[in-house]
Design a protein. Sequence first.
Length: 134
Amino acid sequence: MDSPPLFTLTVVAFLLFLTVLLAPSAWEGLHRADAFTELGFVKGKILPQTVTDGQAYPFSFTITNHEGKPMDYAYRVLADGSVVDEETISIPASKEQAITLELKVSGKASGDPLHMEVVLPDLGQQIQQWVTVR
């Protein structure tokens, strides 16, 4: 039986080398297709429809890390477009972090709408809530 030509062995060796070299990158790319972050309001918690001017009220939201690795998340909370809180938090892989802030509404007339917004600026995600001041 004849041995394979040197060219064939070289090509096979090169293809095996490429497979070993590129397989981890390809696997990581496939994994990242399933990775995501979830921004939302606290499940099971009823959001207030009205708030009283001059009084603090709790404002809660969650960030859930489905990225497959620990992540740092910068978030920004805005009331009528003005930043009322801004922070960066670390969340372990596959964990949810609830954030509750005590927000005080002031200088709004009764019946005025108040636009609350949470933004993850690095990810381009946001959630919103409209409440009425009384």
